[in-house]
Design a protein around this ligand. Sequence first.
Ligand code: 0GY
Length: 306
Amino acid sequence: MRTLSPKTPGWLDWYQDPSEPTFRLPAGAVDAHCHVFGPQAEFAFAPERKYTPCDGGKDQLFALRDHLGIARNVIVQATCHGTDNAAMLDAVRAAGERARGIATVAPDIGESELRALDAAGVRGVRFNFVRRLVDTSPKEALRTIARKIAPLGWHIVLYFESADLPELESFFASLPAPLVVDHMGRPDVGKPVDGPEFTRFLRFVADNDVWVKVTCPERLSVTGPAALDGERHAYTDVVPFGRRVVEEFPGRVLWGTDWPHPNLTDHMPDDGLLVDHIPHVAVTAEQRHKLLVDNPMRLYWPGADS
Ligand code: 0GY
């Protein structure tokens, strides 16, 4: 029997028994950014991974989906599984039409393998530039992947630190597929929302018709999960950033839980509280319907009824 690797020291496991959100998600709401970790006994983690997480398999993801009132998931390949998409694909298949996938692939991937991924429900690839997660992100290799996936109508999910956008922006703009940015481009929320860094990000989004995931307040926040005035209102320092993106690009924003929340070191979010963050960033019913239903359906389930 294979020996299982121990979790990374200090690893925080996902939140047990998340609270019931006060905000009721609209029918058909999509969690457009979540992962599965293993379970390790069934799906080995990649040798080149930068962390070894707790298990967070499909059954636990689907239980959270049902608890929060989510209709569908987009399951994004996590770096701990490298280019072995088996755990993600198993989860997407098991969910039937209720999930889509984002894969990580190598540049030498063949057309038949890409078509098999498409048939299984994959709709994009993820390019990761976060140095603590990947050793390298060679642009020529990524360009090759982009050229191969574009004919399938897939998109490219970009994960990068805000400080790296100036260096990466022209490369991103040259890619031949729609772009989707994780976690609002990871702004430094200690800086002003009107400051040069976030303004540059918003211009990049506008100029290139980029989609933005309004995700991970728990990852970006400095003030943290402390409730405001006893209300279920956490991560308040992230609100102006999320609100700005939703106001400027109402038709190209997506929301997600980021469950099982890899690599958080100070606290693990109550996923119920993350749902209650939504009405603070999408303040009208129309904005919320676009964010949670119309936009992800257009990108991941075009033509389907929500
Ligand atoms: C996220 C964030 C992180 C990790 C990954 O694939 C991953 O390992 O995405 C992170 O550590 O910032 O998007 O879930």
